[in-house]
Design a protein around this ligand. Structure first.
Ligand code: BTN
Length: 233
């Protein structure tokens, strides 16, 4: 584990190391702040001092589950650590890898593939709640928990390692079952947009074997969503 005061993006740094073939699974890079933090779908990730910004890599072995299923491993790991600080607070996992605390976004997870490794980047709002367009946002501090980014990462790296072992040895189905227990219940109304920006609404109908979201539309048809954002309700 290494902590730097500032970098543009821990994911960008890890991608460089992965390109060079010079980073091993289990290594974590943390930055106290980022000057060019990157979010999903090319969005910026505001990264002031006080929150956690970190990245790690996972080696893809021949018999591993699909790389995209690592977003569920990361989401479960972040959920588990936040839960340890906020035992009584309303929390759910939201597809594909969001954690909502009191219905607000508290973290971000970004997976990027480089050769035979996957860079897993995680940002968690510990002390501050930077604006995210169109979203309610919270932080551990705002929810009443006191911890620091370094202590959070110590717990996170531990939990992530254990879940990664489960993912490899017992398969994604096991991770998926744990994830579903903590996510929006089957039958929840949700909506998303297709590639042309048209709204699609339906009931959550579980996940496919590789982690895509299944949505049952009002006319009964089942569709699979593989990328994008969803809104619940
Ligand atoms: C999201 O849009 O929800 C994902 C945000 C991911 C942010 C983290 S912070 C650490 C790592 N470095 C980055 O530049 N992005 C990820």
């Amino acid at each position: 584990m290494e902590t730097v005061k500032q970098t543009a993006s821990t994911n960008a740094d890890m991608k460089t190391l992965a390109e060079q073939g010079s980073v091993a699974e289990g290594f974590w890079l943390r930055a106290v702040r980022q000057s060019g933090g990157v979010g999903r779908l090319g969005r910026p990730w505001s990264s002031p001092e006080g929150n956690l910004y970190c990245s790690t890599v996972v080696d893809m072995h021949e018999n591993d589950p699909a790389p995209s299923s690592l977003s569920f491993v990361a989401g479960l790991a972040v959920y588990t650590v936040i839960r340890s600080y906020l035992p009584g607070t309303e929390m759910i996992l939201k597809w594909p890898n969001d954690v909502l605390v009191s219905q607000a976004k508290i973290c971000g997870i970004l997976l990027e593939r480089v050769k035979n490794q996957v860079v897993v980047g995680i940002g968690v709002n510990i002390a501050v709640s930077p604006d995210v367009e169109g979203r309610l946002v919270t932080s551990l501090a705002a929810e009443g928990a006191t911890t620091g980014a370094a202590e959070f990462l110590t717990r996170l790296s531990d939990i992530f390692e254990g879940l990664l072992k489960t993912w490899r040895e017992r398969g994604f189905a096991h991770i998926q079952a744990e994830w579903l227990e903590l996510a929006h219940p089957v039958g929840s109304m949700m909506s998303t947009s297709d590639e042309r920006g048209e709204k699609i609404a339906g009931e959550f109908a579980g996940l496919t074997a590789d982690g895509a979201l299944r949505l049952r539309k009002a006319d009964g048809t089942l569709i699979e969503i593989r990328a994008g954002d969803i809104s619940i309700g």
